[in-house]
Design a protein around this ligand. Structure first.
Ligand code: SF4
Length: 660
């Protein structure tokens, strides 16, 4: 409490008390507290207070850079509160090398590098600087080791200002000093380090961070922000893919670098890769494109993935090569060795040390050794035949629970984490973990959530009743024309959004409108978001933004006050019934007996709540959300204040008259 910089609001004292209690007992805490309820500052203030008294450090991990910024901004507020002892509060925002390496940021070849490639590149650049050749190597590292005055000045500036990672990068770019190296120096002085998830859950990167910190995990408290993202993040981090595109790049690379032979003289790397391309395409033809029913094979155009039998890929390779398992392992070792030679060569030439052949060797090694019970093996074709791939998809995010258990205590929080048991079970956290779901601190008067029952996005019903889509369009048109308020329309996917875009009459809206697009750059996205926001703030103006649930806008952006007052949710964002999804559901059914609840219902409810959550960011905010799908009533246990309306326009009008 002594570090909390604001007047406490509802639930905040309770959150801080619980954090204090669990830290005293070295336990784990999983909690949900609505968006805008101030959970970041509560968690920061109480954890920091404990850490300073008990000589612990904090790793605060976030999914996005925007969340990281928010933590640093709150840390500055804490510092202001204890002005006399301000130096005690020092925290550092660290991002990956792709953002912090100035050399990479300014080179179009390097900027595409993975963390591993950039790490190799950086070692080599530093070696060149140390080799005494004044002209060679990274200039930002040279300045870092040669200009002590500038380095000291920058270190003082960082300690004094508590900049965000972006501000540090900007400052360092101006003075031509490597921010990554500066952070390495500073990190051991920080009580709190704010990092992306990868710094905690990727083994090599975590080991590096702990080397810099020079502390044991047992002396560090872990905070996971927006924790509802973590299970999927871990699944993706531990999943691997091999696509036809990548194999074609292996062929190009092998042809360019001498096309060496493998095991026998008549099999070159390029021949081997072409055999793999054929196998991937044949698997696609067998399992994705065709359905065998009643003794007849027919094409299935709707399917995008399918399971492949556990050993089918490797058995097919061995059989087509007419070789043995032992020789197949020799091939993998050779691929890795050739790939390393290519990486070294490129590095010497000052290029990004990327080798597709190396990636192929690493993939095959991983594929052959993975724990089958935690993975499903898939053949996927989501690009209409252009680039099929095989994939080993990790089903079990508790694969990282040994990492979390090493920490002194861990705190996992989100605005949408219910059911908390699902998160605890998925991540394999202790059954004794403290689980609390805090009620919304805001008055129900300010927010209304309605649903209508005469529309749905359920495929079978749309086929039966052609009027459903028309009714939805009428609802959207009417709401946008009758109520001059900034409105967002969320669709279940980009596919739905583009279908809607094709035949909706936008002229009727009589206001500005914007679309989120899947491949939009971050800056282009921010441009439309900012234009949308400013429409809401201008007297007599308003706009509509068409977006998707589970996207960058619905999961991570704030729209306080007039920036957003109506949220229209088109349909229920159930996951697509792909083989991957079915594998996940089956795994959770076998492990917990809750396949549907944990893998379909709960993630869908979170997407709905995240979109609705854009409306209310503080106690003064007001807004109305409408779910346009009769199936919304299935989510009443997650969306407590959900009500059906039989007269939507009238009910919105009543709410508006009462609140605006
Ligand atoms: S020293 Fe810094 S700027 Fe230079 S290559 Fe390494 S990370 Fe990049």
């Amino acid at each position: 409490m002594d570090l909390f910089p604001y007047r406490t609001r509802k639930n905040q004292r309770a959150i801080m008390d619980t954090i204090n209690k669990i830290l005293n007992f070295e336990e784990d805490f999983i909690f949900e507290s609505g968006t805008g309820s101030g959970k970041t500052i509560c968690t920061l203030a109480s954890t920091l207070s404990f850490a300073l008294k008990n000589n612990k450090k904090i790793i605060y991990t976030t999914r996005t850079n925007a969340q990281q910024r928010q933590v640093i901004v709150e840390l500055r507020q804490i510092r202001k509160k204890i002005e006399k002892n301000r130096d005690k509060i020092f925290g550092l925002g660290i991002q990956g090398r792709a953002n912090m390496c100035i050399l990479a940021r300014n080179n179009p070849d390097y900027v595409k590098g993975t963390s591993d490639e950039l790490s190799k590149l950086c070692s080599n650049e530093k070696k060149k600087v140390r080799s005494n050749n004044k002209q060679d190597g990274c200039i930002y590292f040279r300045r870092f080791i040669e200009d002590k005055i500038k380095v000291d000045k920058t270190l003082d500036w960082i300690k004094n200002e508590l900049p965000t990672a972006e501000e540090t990068i900007e400052y360092c770019e101006k003075y031509q000093i490597c921010p990554y190296e500066l952070n390495k120096l500073l990190v051991k002085d920080a009580s709190i380090v704010v990092v992306p998830y990868v710094y905690v859950f990727e083994n090599m990167i975590r080991n590096m961070l702990f080397d810099w910190l020079s502390v044991d995990e047992k002396d560090v408290i872990l905070i996971v922000d927006e924790a509802h993202n973590l299970p999927d993040y871990v699944r993706d981090l531990f999943s691997i893919q091999l696509s036809v595109w990548m194999l074609q790049n292996c062929v190009i690379e092998s042809d360019k670098y001498g096309n060496p032979t493998l095991i026998k003289d008549d099999l070159t790397v390029s021949d081997f890769c072409k055999i793999l391309i054929d196998i991937v395409r044949d698997l696609r033809d067998t399992y994705v494109n065709n359905i065998f029913e009643n003794g007849i094979i027919r094409n299935n155009l709707d399917k995008e993935d399918a399971f492949i039998p556990t050993n089918e890929f490797e058995t097919e390779i061995i059989s087509r090569l007419k070789t043995t398992s032992k020789k197949f392992y020799d091939i993998i070792s050779d691929l890795i060795a050739y790939g390393e030679k290519i990486q070294e060569y490129k590095q010497k030439k000052g290029k990004l040390p990327r080798s597709y052949i190396h990636k192929l060797g690493v993939f095959l090694e991983f594929w052959n050794n993975l724990e089958d019970n935690k993975y499903v093996k898939l053949i996927v074709d989501s690009s209409e035949g252009k680039n099929p791939r095989i994939e080993a998809y990790c089903l079990d995010p508790s694969i990282v629970n040994y990492v979390i258990k090493k920490f002194y205590s861990s705190i996992h929080m989100s605005g949408t984490l219910e059911p908390l048991e699902e998160y605890r079970d998925s991540m394999g956290l202790s059954i004794d973990s403290e689980l609390v779901s805090y009620p919304s601190p805001y008055s129900n008067e300010n927010r209304k959530i309605l649903y209508v029952s005469d529309v749905t996005t359920k495929y079978e019903e749309i086929l039966k009743d052609k009027e459903i889509i028309e009714r939805m369009k009428i609802y959207i048109s009417k709401i946008c024309t009758i109520f001059p308020k900034n409105t967002m329309v969320f669709f279940p996917s980009f596919n739905y959004l583009s279908k809607f875009k094709r035949d909706f009459n936008f002229e009727n809206l009589n206001r500005n409108f914007y679309f989120e697009e899947q491949k939009m750059s971050q800056s282009a996205l921010m441009e439309i978001v900012n234009e949308f926001k400013s429409s809401g703030l201008e007297e007599g103006k308003c706009a509509t933004l068409f977006s998707v649930m589970g996207g960058r806008i619905s999961e991570g952006m704030n729209f306080p006050a007039e920036q957003l007052e109506i949220a229209l949710i088109v349909g229920i964002p159930y996951p697509k019934p792909t083989a991957k999804q079915r594998g996940l559901q089956r795994y959770y059914e076998l492990k917990f007996g809750k396949g549907w609840e944990y893998t379909v219902e709960a993630p869908t409810a979170r997407k709905l709540l995240q979109s609705i959550g854009r409306l209310i960011r503080d106690e003064k905010d007001k807004g109305i959300a409408v779910i346009m799908d009769k199936r919304a009533n299935r989510f009443k246990k997650y969306i407590k204040d959900l009500h059906e309306t039989n007269d939507l326009i009238n009910d919105i009008e009543l709410f508006m008259n009462k609140n605006f």
